[in-house]
Ligand binder design. Sequence first.
Ligand SMILES: [Zn+2]
Ligand SMILES: [Zn+2]
Length: 265
Amino acid sequence: MNIVQLTKLLSYLLISTFILVGCSDDDDSPINGNPDQIANNLPLGSGGTPNDLLSDTTFKSLTIEIVAVEGFEPTSIAIENFRTFLEDRLNKPDGITINLRTVPSSNTAPFTIEEIREIEKNTRTLFNEGDDIAVYVYFADGSNENDSGEQVTLGSAYKNTSMVIYEGTLRRFSRSGPRAPSLSTIETATLHHEFSHLLGLVDLGTPQQSPHESINDQNEGNNHCNVSGCLMQASIQFTSGIMGMSEVPRLDAACIADLQANGGK
Ligand SMILES: [Zn+2]
Ligand SMILES: [Zn+2]
């Protein structure tokens, strides 16, 4: 369920709107780890984690640990947009902290999700502690191994508190043509989209308040939203606004209603 149709991309480029990306969600079984870290090693959307992230029932604060490969750090604009997005949706009265540090390249690009899990084991230092919930975000210096000329993965939420952004791919797209969205716009959209999967969208640990989950070719729900223009569509759409600046897609009313019903704002 990760998708970017490059042919589609090219045609959309011509009319200054385009669909980029997709993501892949991965809910394999948890990795083995320190027993104290089990709460951070659950399958995506499980263990009540969406509610833990959205509400202040169990966790009053959130710490995001961003680990970026040197030279592949996110833009500061994207980080500030991400902070605003989190503050708008999450009930965390004791605050949201975003830590960023860099690490050397693993030299293993392109990546399988198993390789990303391995990198997380080696680089993640923050786990839930007391009433602070921790989320890990890795900015990878390359692409997903399954990318092809026709479909590209920008990011993936692969465990209940873990996600990867394929920053190498994002940078390539930002340079793909005069109408390409800026790097900070693509980063912001990908961060918001993947984090919204951690928040349980769509029907991934946060129940739907109205039916709006999109379906795949096999007629199965694919944990994305069927509302045109929503951030949680399977392929993120960037539309050009005034001055040709591309805008970051937002959650539609149906997705926000789901989050609010599960403890969010
Ligand atoms: Zn997605
Ligand atoms: Zn939606």
